[in-house]
Design a protein around this ligand. Sequence first.
Ligand SMILES: NC(=O)c1ccc[n+]([C@@H]2O[C@H](COP(=O)([O-])OP(=O)(O)OC[C@H]3O[C@@H](n4cnc5c(N)ncnc54)[C@H](O)[C@@H]3O)[C@@H](O)[C@H]2O)c1
Ligand SMILES: [Fe+2]
Length: 384
Amino acid sequence: MTNTCTPFTFVHSNRRIISAWKGIDKLSDLAREAKATSAAVVMDAFFENTEVAAHICQLLHDATGSTPAVHFVPAHEPDTATIEACRDVLAACSPDFIVALGGGSAMDTAKVARLLLANPGTAESVSGFGKFFKPHASVLVAVPTTAGTGSEVSESAVAGKAGSDIKLIFRSPEMTPHIALLDGSLSLSAPAKVTAASGYDAVTHAVEAYVSKAASVMSDPFAESAMRLLGKWLPVAYKEPSHQDARSWCLIASCQAAIAFNSANLGLAHALAAPLGALYHVPHGLGNALALPAVAAFNEAAMGPKAAVVAHALGAMSAAAALSKLRWQLDLDLSLDGFVTTDEAREQLAQAAMKSGQVRMNPRLATIDDMRGIVAAMRTPTGG
Ligand SMILES: NC(=O)c1ccc[n+]([C@@H]2O[C@H](COP(=O)([O-])OP(=O)(O)OC[C@H]3O[C@@H](n4cnc5c(N)ncnc54)[C@H](O)[C@@H]3O)[C@@H](O)[C@H]2O)c1
Ligand SMILES: [Fe+2]
């Protein structure tokens, strides 16, 4: 007798996700519910001197009776120095309610900085997997302004090691925000390039989680829904930045994709995007866009019936064709040669990608020669 119920592990964090246009207004009620007396806001520097920043401070002042501490995170991908600077600001005000607002960079910075409040040390000392950390007593509300990394629901964060070419990964359930507040109105100001790159990151999360060796009956519905929503709405958000439906659905989809990858993990595209960011400063989403169609072509035979689901969800005859088309629609159909220019550098990229734990989660086992083949394929734009 067969048992078709394959074993799985799925992280169900029992946290809250709130989605509403202008949902940011709910911050007052959330702070009151938490009986907060000392709030802090960690915000992407883009929002400095904006009405959004002033409005959030007012909402938190209304709820707590005091002006929140505000820290603006530099508008680039964080490193350990960025995190430690944020930790110092938070430590000085002992917050019991922390709002992390921005793209993945600002949210990741706040998540690790808050972890350090309860687990003193350098940012590097809390990097890695499988470590035990003390919880911090504050309530953490994450508000994404890109769609996106899904950092608002994931237990992970990524940051460079200051002064080096190394990317550190942080992973702990103690970093998962208590509340994810999805407010599409906050992503209206995202420049087209950011919408495209962060949106393709979300697509990559959905696809890689869906075909991962750790995918399960619990993660698949989230990944599948994210693919369908992004296939429909991401090109709209890119071409019509003020489209409210497109902005809202992309945020929901990026959140779903992160719920999926938080348990199902990722694959070769993310294994390549990390060293592309660390060594060649390629933005994370763009790195995924350079890699994913070539990775999907490599994986296709190992994806089984899921290949057709990916193709159908994204509207083409094959997964690789669908992902190429979407990349082209977002003006991300670029050659790797624009970023990595020599044979030596391409070899370094392939070697670095092979060291990622995500290689083991990929549906098809890749050798170093396979990785070299994928890197070679990334040199040629696919042209939609
Ligand atoms: N924690 C996770 O699970 C996870 C997952 C994937 C990626 N990441 C990390 O997240 C980072 C990338 O995050 P991202 O793609 O969201 O980009 P980002 O946070 O780096 O932001 C990109 C740019 O867009 C600007 N920006 C963001 N929102 C804006 C808005 N609404 N209006 C105007 N400008 C805006 C920022 O100031 C910045 O200049 C990388 O460090 C990546 O490694 C984390
Ligand atoms: Fe990613």
